[in-house]
Every structure is written in C-alpha cells, then in structure tokens.
Design a binder for this molecule. Sequence first.
Ligand code: FES
Length: 115
Amino acid sequence: MSIKWFKLADTMSAIEWQANDMCIVELNGKEISLAKRGEAIFAFAHKCPHAGGILADGCIKANGTVECPLHRYQFNLSNGRNTSGEGYYLKTYPVEMREDGIYIGFEEKSWFSRL
Ligand code: FES
C-alpha cells in the first residue's frame, strides 16, 4: 500500500478554522475533518464511525481526543483509538508539515493489494 500526498494549504493560518479549532475540508474528492492542537494538525474522517455524527461539530478534549457531538464517544486524534471504550475505530490520515506547505496522505490501494 502506498500513500499519495495532497497539499492542504501553504500554512496553518491559511486554513479557515472554526472557533473549536476544527474544520472540514475537501481533499482528494473526500470530506475530512481537521483539528489543531498547538502547532500540530490532525486529519480524520468527516463522520463518526458510530452513527455518523459530524466530528468537526464536537470538541477537542484536553487529553488529545476528539469528542463526537452526538453521543460523546471519544477518539484519539493521532491513531483513531476509541478512548471512551465503545470499540469503534476512527479513520485517521497522516499529516506532513513540509517546507512548501501542509500535506495530507491518502492510502492508495494497488491492484495487487486486492488479491
Ligand atoms: S454518532 Fe458519534 S458517538 Fe454516536
């Protein structure tokens, strides 16, 4: 499996963040959520894996998790682990801060990976 990188923005301040330090962007034909904590950006699925809550409408907790606004399940921003214990997994995307901008990685399935 290889990763294809898409440029998100030149700088962190070029992104239109909501007051809760999250937002939704469209990249590679997909809507994804972004969250910022300090100088770090995290990218993850648009919708909650439980019942489709819009995660960017939730909040970022002090312990580094995102809390879904619908039923308050929490997910680790780095690895998608469901830290509130319900057994779900949030899809996350790798983020790279490069000299020429911020990039998000998407897994590319090769023909061979389907065998
Ligand atoms: S939809 Fe997110 S916790 Fe239920």
